[in-house]
Design a protein around this ligand. Structure first.
Ligand SMILES: *[C@@H]1O[C@H](CO)[C@@H](O)[C@H](O)[C@H]1NC(C)=O
Ligand SMILES: *[C@@H]1O[C@H](CO)[C@@H](O)[C@H](O)[C@H]1NC(C)=O
Ligand SMILES: *[C@@H]1O[C@H](CO)[C@@H](O)[C@H](O)[C@H]1NC(C)=O
Ligand SMILES: *[C@@H]1O[C@H](CO)[C@@H](O)[C@H](O)[C@H]1NC(C)=O
Ligand SMILES: *[C@@H]1O[C@H](CO)[C@@H](O)[C@H](O)[C@H]1NC(C)=O
Ligand SMILES: *[C@@H]1O[C@H](CO)[C@@H](O)[C@H](O)[C@H]1NC(C)=O
Ligand SMILES: *[C@@H]1O[C@H](CO)[C@@H](O)[C@H](O)[C@H]1NC(C)=O
Length: 404
């Protein structure tokens, strides 16, 4: 009897083998208000949203400024002079290999999209982002096969475009054969210049993949390289570039969580979208029966327009040039934001939902609640960094747990 138990336990341990991948956090740039504007612009490009205009009785009461693709603009004396064309701030990335022998790329593991793309050695000389990054050279890989197709992924008014290649993609020693991905010969404007990552590895559902390409994680499971079609993130908020967190493939890393995982079903397969019971702040219900998506590829929290205005007003936010600021002296006394998912309350303290920026002798405190015109909430790294998040394709559910 005992023998059987021991054997069963060993079997369970073996079948629950998971793969831990160290992820890194960008620390190349100071976190400035300018980065934040770029992050908002990037988010709008990602979700293909136009500039946000909110009407009250036909009168525009709030117009989100057009930050442009090549911020800073002429009107930049408010901001540090740091030259930065990128629009992605605060991202987490990890290393993958493509081809035989492996060519290495740093990619953002992005639950808010579903395609893998990296810059191509065939990219245009005018593609500044490509010139700055690692480039995939298909001629140097013995396992490369051309699909004969092109690809294009829309980012706002521009697009990442090139050829669809088929090759071996290796994540943490797990070699996915015949993975289709984009080798980009052009990238829009300055969206991907001066960033620490080369490309993006989308971890959303195939339904949102451009050209209906099978995402890498699907093949990882289909080819039997992992036991469970499950992955999870621990994003270190105060991490370093070296210790940015962990992506777990094939299960959940129990060592990283404390207590039970709260699961909630995916309501629409595309993004990792789920229902939120309610979002409350100091007893005021901001939203109830709403939808949210968990997006590791953004740092911010985006709210539907009405909730965005209400919440920023409640925290005492003052709208300056399209951003809400609060007096820094009030931050420590602000109430927590409570998000009820699957019957469990998840908390965001003010030290997390307000970001502090120090520029010269001045410190400003800015709300992370932003609006890009979506009807659903986008819970980015500000939220995901507080909890362990699990993404389960097998049972089509998302789980959150307290960090150990
Ligand atoms: C790509 O690899 C091939 C074969 O190794 C090499 O001849 C070629 O110069 C490389 N191209 C670039 C742009 O690096
Ligand atoms: C792919 O794009 C190139 C130009 O970038 C074009 O010459 C070629 O015809 C396109 N191929 C397909 C299959 O669309
Ligand atoms: C990959 O494609 C090659 C050629 O089509 C095929 O022989 C091989 O079985 C495929 N491997 C997997 C794991 O799908
Ligand atoms: C973040 O790390 C720094 C350096 O290790 C430390 O001084 C600081 O107190 C930490 N902040 C938080 C919020 O843990
Ligand atoms: C929170 O609610 C209490 C009770 O209604 C109120 O007295 C307090 O001023 C509120 N706090 C803030 C920061 O609005
Ligand atoms: C939020 O939703 C949970 C779960 O449905 C419920 O128990 C709780 O009473 C709700 N809170 C408010 C303020 O409506
Ligand atoms: C910052 O403060 C220091 C000391 O008070 C002062 O010497 C310096 O001129 C200030 N710098 C700016 C840019 O205001």
């Amino acid at each position: 009897m005992l023998k059987w138990l021991v054997l069963l336990t060993i079997l369970a341990l073996v079948s629950a083998e998971i793969h831990r991948i160290k992820i890194h956090k960008n620390q190349d740039h100071k976190n400035t208000r300018q980065h934040r504007k770029q992050a908002i612009q990037a988010l709008k490009q990602k979700y293909n949203q136009q500039d946000v205009i909110i009407y009250d009785d036909g009168v525009p009461i709030y117009v989100q400024p057009d930050y442009g693709y090549d911020y800073p603009s002429q009107n930049s004396d408010d901001y540090t002079s740091e030259e930065l064309g990128n629009s992605m701030n605060m991202y987490y990335y990890g290393l993958i290999g493509i081809g035989t022998p492996e060519q290495y790329f740093k990619v953002v593991f992005d639950t808010g999209s579903a395609n893998l793309w990296v810059p191509s050695a065939q990219c245009l000389a005018t593609d500044v982002a490509c010139q700055q990054h690692n480039q995939y050279n298909s001629s140097a890989s013995s396992t490369f096969v051309s699909s004969g197709q092109n690809f294009s992924i829309q980012y706002g008014t521009g697009s990442v475009a090139g050829y669809l290649a088929i090759d071996t993609v290796t994540i943490n020693g797990l070699a996915i054969a015949n993975q289709t991905f984009g080798e980009a010969v052009s990238q829009p404007g300055a969206s991907f210049t001066d960033v620490a990552f080369d490309g993006i590895l989308g971890m959303g559902y195939q339904q949102i993949a451009e050209d209906n390409v099978v995402p890498p994680f699907y093949n990882l499971y289909e080819e039997g390289l992992i036991d469970e079609p499950v992955f999870g993130f621990y994003l270190a908020r105060n991490g370093s570039a070296v210790e940015g967190g962990q992506l777990t493939l094939g299960g959940t890393d129990q060592e990283l969580i404390a207590g039970e995982m709260t699961y909630t079903p995916v309501t629409e397969q595309g993004y990792w979208q789920f229902a939120v019971n309610n979002i409350t702040w100091n007893g005021t219900v901001i939203s109830s029966g709403c939808q949210a998506i968990a997006d590791t590829g953004t740092s911010l929290i985006a709210a539907p327009s009405a909730a965005y205005i209400q919440l920023n007003n409640l925290i005492g936010g003052i709208l300056i040039q399209g951003d809400y600021y609060v007096p820094c002296s009030t931050v420590s006394s602000l109430p927590v934001l409570t998000i009820n998912i699957g019957g469990t309350d998840f908390y965001l303290p003010p030290s997390v939902y307000i970001q502090t920026y120090t520029e010269g002798n001045y410190t400003t405190c800015m709300s992370t609640f932003t609006d890009i015109g979506t009807g659903f909430w986008i819970l980015g790294d500000v939220f995901l960094g507080q909890y362990y998040s699990e993404f389960d394709f097998g049972q089509n559910r998302v789980g959150f747990a307290t960090l150990a």
